[in-house]
Ligand binder design. Structure first.
Ligand SMILES: Nc1ncnc2c1ncn2[C@@H]1O[C@H](COP(=O)(O)OP(=O)(O)OP(=O)(O)O)[C@@H](O)[C@H]1O
Ligand SMILES: [Mg+2]
Length: 447
């Protein structure tokens, strides 16, 4: 590669004469080139540690300048939606600062050098005395310019551009070769990071799906159990309740011990009955009675149902109902059940008072096709990390001693799933937990 530069053309009194480059100068150039190649190798190793595609592009521009001695440097990628265009990534501004240039989009054919590369006539092009432009396309000076193709091993996926606007050092053939190597190293790393990112995204999605599958498998097990056992248990319980009522009527009022025992028995039977009813909610036969509703008004009516508990614990309520929401198709009774479960959980965590914040809003396209969201936030202690992924499990409770059955969130999730919605619970940064309920709206939101 370097032997091309062993001779140079000089002009004496208008005549061109070819003279060999002196050995020592040649040696220096060669050593310098080899040094840059060595630095390029190290740079490749460093760039391979980038955590994301964006991080890689930013570091490539920053370190390309610092380690390889490039002046202004920028990276562009072929627009995959329309391959006649390229989109900016990161670049160096007219003051030498690295900036994001993702908003830039240019037609490839506007630049003759890029067109030449695109037609497979070159891997890089070096030009002298050309207009140098800023990111908006305005001419900011004249000088040398190199464009090198970013390859992924199969095709050109973008371009690395560098010029000498800032330092004015003329660009030579060696710079072009370094730019070519750099673009090729960068191209391979870019493809690798892209693949890594999509693999990570696919993995996360898969994990989510797996989690959902586990949850619905659990719900199915509970459902099967419910329909099998509940009816069997429900009848004996009804008989017991009738018996307790009969004995209560026929026991002398003065017999306080007997009255107390019967009262406890009634409480216990009612609790068992409550659990059975909860289990029956999983039954496929428990069909939803869907009507079109305004979610905020359903929340308000559910709050009334827990007003007593709220007042007893001296809890303050902050409401932020986001204007007029698109209507939702829900089984009002079931959604009230979900909300009451969530409210009671929050209230339970604030026995000495706190704030219950309820917020509703609509998420519009293009982000989400008509979703209505309700967030319920408390100022309790939050959920311990080690139980966070178990709170939706059937019968999981940390309140067993105070009467918790651990079915509240399981049932809430089952109801939300059957509405085609979702329920999520997480800790909030400072204090407390937040439950997010998402519903599909019946009409698409406006942009
Ligand atoms: N807002 C919250 N803050 C902290 N922990 C919570 C909150 N909501 C739920 N949890 C935790 O999740 C567990 C499961 O909740 P879930 O509603 O399913 O059952 P439970 O409230 O214990 O009993 P019940 O069947 O009576 O509802 C709770 O025991 C509690 O540990
Ligand atoms: Mg509960």
């Amino acid at each position: 590669m370097l032997c091309r530069a062993t001779k140079r053309v000089i002009s004496i009194r208008g005549r061109s004469i070819i003279r060999p480059i002196k050995d020592s100068a040649l040696h220096m150039k060669k050593a310098e080139f080899e040094d840059r190649l060595e630095r390029l190798h190290e740079l490749g190793n460093e760039l391979s540690l980038a955590k994301s595609v964006e991080g890689l592009c930013r570091s490539a521009v920053r370190l390309g300048r610092k380690r390889l001695g490039f002046d202004r440097l920028s990276t562009w990628f072929v627009d995959q939606a329309d391959k006649d265009f390229i989109i900016g990534s990161f670049g160096v501004d007219e003051k030498g600062r690295v900036r994001q240039e993702t908003g830039e989009r240019v037609a490839i054919d506007e630049d003759p050098a890029m067109r030449q590369i695109r037609l497979n006539r070159a891997r890089s092009v070096l030009r002298h005395g050309v207009p140098l432009r800023d990111d908006s396309g305005a001419v900011v000076g004249r000088g040398s310019h190199i464009i090198a193709a970013i390859w992924n091993g199969k095709e050109v996926i973008g371009y690395i551009c560098t010029d000498n606007l800032l330092r004015k050092r003329p660009l030579a053939g060696e710079d072009r070769e370094i730019a070519e190597f750099f673009a090729s190293t960068f191209g391979h790393l870019y493809s690798l990071k892209k693949a890594e990112e999509s693999l990570r995204a696919a993995y996360n999605k898969l994990e989510g799906v797996q989690e959902q599958l586990i949850q619905s498998a659990k719900a199915e097990v509970v459902g099967t159990l419910a329909s099998g056992v509940a009816h069997e248990v429900k009848n004996p319980l009804a008989i017991m309740l009738q018996g307790i009522d009969y004995l209560s009527r026929n026991t002398e009022k003065r017999n306080e011990k007997a009255a107390m025992t019967l009262k406890r028995m009634r409480g216990a039977v009612k609790k068992a009955n409550g659990i059975i009813n909860g289990l029956l909610d999983f039954s496929v036969f428990a069909e939803l009675k869907l009507t079109t509703r305004d979610l905020s008004s359903v929340i308000k009516s559910s709050l009334v149902l827990v007003k007593h508990e709220i007042d007893r614990n001296r809890i303050k309520i902050t409401e932020d109902f986001g204007g007029e929401l698109p209507p939702v198709r829900i089984d009002r009774g079931r959604i009230e059940q979900v909300l009451v479960n969530v409210f009671l959980n929050a209230i339970d965590q604030m026995p000495k008072g706190g704030i219950l914040t309820i917020r509703t809003y609509a998420v519009h396209p293009p982000k989400n096709r008509g979703t209505v969201v309700a967030e319920i936030k408390d100022t309790g202690p939050g959920i311990a990390k080690n139980i966070l992924d178990r709170v939706f499990d059937p019968f999981f409770t940390t309140r067993r001693s105070s009467g918790g059955t651990g079915l509240g969130l399981t049932i809430a999730k089952n109801i939300m799933d059957r509405h085609g919605g979702s329920i999520k619970i997480e800790n909030v940064t400072r204090r407390g937990a937040k439950v997010t309920l998402k519903f599909k709206s019946t009409i698409e939101g406006r942009r």
